[in-house]
Design a protein around this ligand. Structure first.
Ligand SMILES: *[C@@H]1O[C@H](CO)[C@@H](O)[C@H](O)[C@H]1NC(C)=O
Ligand SMILES: *[C@@H]1O[C@H](CO)[C@@H](O)[C@H](O)[C@H]1NC(C)=O
Ligand SMILES: *[C@@H]1O[C@H](CO)[C@@H](O)[C@H](O)[C@H]1NC(C)=O
Ligand SMILES: *[C@@H]1O[C@H](CO)[C@@H](O)[C@H](O)[C@H]1NC(C)=O
Ligand SMILES: *[C@@H]1O[C@H](CO)[C@@H](O)[C@H](O)[C@H]1NC(C)=O
Ligand SMILES: *[C@@H]1O[C@H](CO)[C@@H](O)[C@H](O)[C@H]1NC(C)=O
Ligand SMILES: *[C@@H]1O[C@H](CO)[C@@H](O)[C@H](O)[C@H]1NC(C)=O
Length: 661
């Protein structure tokens, strides 16, 4: 069985082809980070924070096949990214950023400072490193032959660049050069392109508001084939020195054997506003101490009163007045949650922390979600939408009661769901598992809630994050979908149709990751993953060993191929289940997981299938004839394809299919 699975996974993933990805913001990106690197709340990849003499690395988590397995020639590739270097002082900074192609993700031996987190004194320049990098170097190190403290270079195995040039770009042809300052704090674009026929590597730099310059900044004739490994990791490395500096990547696209997709600047996350310096110790420690002393020493209620007033201040703007009834006072929510104490914390989700509370006058139990929002942009539209969503009423949706807005924070008030979220009853040795009857009822409830959002409300509401942990159970164990519409908070960019991809890996439809567009069909895909997880009691993706994931849809599919789909059900169900219903749910899960959105059912059909008003179409007629497996989960799982690069996919597909019949 394991062999079959491996073959299946290989097959599924080889169809995905060469590595090709685009991240406009990194909130859901498939990255492995170490050192200081982190992805900030709004999706910036922050390679370093304000810490001295440290480094940070971020690699695309899957290995990238970089050479032809027939003749060992390195593939062409192209990549483009937007970075920003934000130093504490305008004229001084840390050491810079490098785009890296490395045989390993483990650069722990690399030093900070001038080594950019890549190498150390003993291995710098050694040809056994097999590392190719493009450095954006902001400090001149004479021992590394740096030309100045503001240059771009191509590095092979060490930090003495093969070729380098002061930062800037050719405006219109090679005669007019315009300087750029890497540490300006402004975002800039970099393109790195390698052509395996021409054997040339080009690097181009430009401000984000100009089209890609025709003449590259650097052009190095080189054959990468003997330098790089068959399988490499691609990513970024950065290091700080003695001056506090933050290094950011805002967006990144990459493609093997093709031209990396251009980044849409308007879709990138915003850098933190400049000039908002960290409050000094006086304000964080001194001031509160002083005011406390004042309160207690003078006993005059005045200071206390002012502080209290500020503490509970919420914001109301003119446009909000019409939303009167749905607005809550911050003070009431503060009292309701007993000051947002950790004790009342119900959970922490992708969008913020959720607290339990009891409203002071009505004594109604509520859940209060605190969502921080860094920009005011889009707040108005979002609030309008929240209010409109607040008018949605369905027994399988968690009711939104209202909101409160305060500084950069939005507080959303929901009905309290005493039984918590569904995932707690499915995985990790739950205290209570749900019976099949209960599960089937939850499934049908969620389906009808989602159908309501898609088709029965006056406008189409795409949920964008359907998954077991977003399904809450009310007092009678009815499933209710929560968090709908929240993902929109991050969407109000210039083009309302494309967005940063918000959602959860394993539930994201392939076309959603690719295009960033959430549709009702991407919801159906997530719903399919949800069906499988409820029936199998397993998460959509489970890491089993390093580089080895169990992909639930593939597992279920393999059981289906053998005509034993029922056997993949959650063993915790015991013998108390209705075979026909379990089979229906599993088959429907597969149907919804089709990688081609056209073949997924609508939520209306899903409801009809679940109610058994419509017979489920025959999967074998649908899924397999159109070019083999359609249940591909290409994005993010290229590891498997890479492990067996030379096998011929089509013959495997044939043998697999004939076996399955
Ligand atoms: C920077 O990140 C490190 C590691 O994540 C953390 O320990 C440190 O407190 C951070 N420093 C600042 C100034 O945020
Ligand atoms: C090497 O093989 C690839 C196909 O894998 C082909 O495109 C390329 O032209 C070959 N290069 C040489 C130098 O033979
Ligand atoms: C230098 O880096 C290499 C590779 O990461 C590591 O094996 C080696 O121990 C490091 N040497 C020193 C002196 O840190
Ligand atoms: C390069 O590294 C290898 C393996 O780490 C080592 O054996 C070799 O001596 C190094 N070469 C030089 C010139 O330092
Ligand atoms: C651009 O930078 C170079 C190198 O630092 C310098 O020599 C030149 O004067 C600068 N040009 C302009 C127009 O500032
Ligand atoms: C690199 O730049 C040179 C000079 O402008 C150009 O002729 C060549 O096509 C470029 N190659 C790639 C792969 O961009
Ligand atoms: C990279 O390739 C070289 C030579 O082809 C090999 O010695 C080395 O072990 C490889 N590195 C990794 C991490 O696979």
């Amino acid at each position: 069985m394991f062999f079959r699975l491996a073959v299946l996974v290989l097959l599924v993933n080889s169809i995905a082809g060469d590595v090709n990805f685009i991240y406009q913001g990194f909130r859901q990106a498939n990255l492995i980070l170490d050192g200081l690197a982190e992805v900030t709340f709004n999706g910036l990849l922050k390679l370093t924070n304000d810490t001295r003499q440290q480094k940070g690395h971020a690699f695309y988590s899957s290995p990238v096949k970089f050479k032809s397995s027939t003749n060992g020639t390195a593939f062409s590739f192209s990549t483009t990214f937007v970075f920003a270097i934000v130093p504490e002082y305008p004229t001084l900074s840390g050491h810079g950023i490098a785009f890296v192609i490395s045989p390993t993700r483990d650069l722990s031996g690399g030093l900070a400072s001038q080594f950019l987190g890549l190498f150390n004194e003993s291995n710098n320049g050694n040809s056994s490193n097999h590392v190719v990098a493009v450095e954006l170097d902001t400090i001149q190190n004479k021992e590394l032959n740096d030309i100045d403290d503001n240059h771009v270079g191509i590095d092979i195995n060490g930090l003495k660049s093969e070729v380098s040039h002061g930062a800037g770009y050719y405006v219109n042809g090679p005669d007019q050069f315009s300087n750029l300052t890497l540490i300006s704090g402004r975002p800039m674009l970099v393109w790195v392109e390698y052509d395996s026929l021409e054997q040339i590597m080009n690097v181009t730099l430009a401000p984000i508001n100009v089209p890609k310059p025709k003449v590259p900044l650097l052009s190095l004739p080189i054959d990468l084939s003997p330098l790089v490994n068959d399988t490499v990791y691609v990513g970024f490395s950065s290091s700080t020195g003695s001056v506090l500096t933050s290094h950011y990547i805002l967006g990144w696209s990459f493609m093997i054997n093709g031209k990396a997709e251009e980044l849409d600047i308007s879709q990138l996350p915003k850098l933190p506003r400049r000039g908002t310096k960290q409050p000094t110790k006086f304000w964080t420690i001194g001031m509160p101490l002083i005011s406390l002393t004042l309160v207690f020493a003078t006993g005059s209620g005045m200071v206390y009163f002012i502080r209290r007033k500020r503490k509970f201040a919420d914001e109301v703007e003119d446009w909000e007045l019409e939303y009167g009834p749905q607005r809550f006072k911050y003070k009431d929510l503060y009292v309701a949650t007993k000051g947002f104490k950790d004790k009342g914390l119900l959970g922490t989700g992708g969008f913020g922390r959720v607290y339990k509370g009891v409203l002071p006058t009505s004594k109604l139990e509520v859940a209060v979600k605190r969502v921080s929002h860094e920009s005011r942009q889009g707040m108005r539209e979002f609030v309008a939408e929240i209010v409109s969503i607040g008018r949605l009423r369905h027994r399988n949706l968690v009711q939104l009661l209202g909101y409160c807005r305060r500084k950069t924070e939005l507080l959303l008030v929901y009905d309290y769901m005493p039984n918590g979220s569904l995932d707690k009853y499915l995985y990790d040795e739950p205290m209570v598992t749900l019976t099949w009857r209960q599960r089937f009822r939850v499934i049908k409830g969620v389906a009808s809630g989602l159908f309501y959002l898609h088709e029965e409300w006056e406008q189409v509401v795409v949920h964008r994050d359907v998954k077991a942990s977003n399904v809450l159970l009310d007092g009678e164990l009815n499933g209710r979908l929560g968090d709908f519409g929240l993902a929109r908070l991050y969407d109000h960019g210039t083009d309302p149709r494309t967005t940063h991809v918000v959602g959860t890996l394993g539930y994201l439809a392939p076309e959603h990751t690719r295009t960033g567009k959430a549709t009702t069909k991407t919801d159906v895909f997530s719903f399919g993953a949800f069906l499988l997880e409820v029936a199998c009691g397993r998460r959509p993706i489970e890491q089993q060993a390093e580089n080895e994931n169990m992909i639930l849809v593939d597992l279920v599919y393999s059981f289906w191929l053998r005509g034993e789909i029922l056997e993949v059900r959650d063993p915790k169900l015991g013998t108390d289940f209705v075979a026909e219903e379990v089979e229906l749910v599993l088959n429907l899960g597969l149907l919804c997981s089709n990688s081609d959105p056209r073949f997924r059912p609508s939520m209306r059909q899903v409801v009809q299938y679940l109610e058994m008003d419509l017979p489920l179409p025959d999967l074998s007629a649908l899924g397999l004839t159109a070019g083999g497996l359609t249940f591909t989960h290409g994005e993010g799982f290229d590891d498997f394809a890479l492990s067996y690069p030379s096998l011929d996919t089509s013959s495997v597909a044939e043998s697999l299919l004939s076996e399955g019949r």
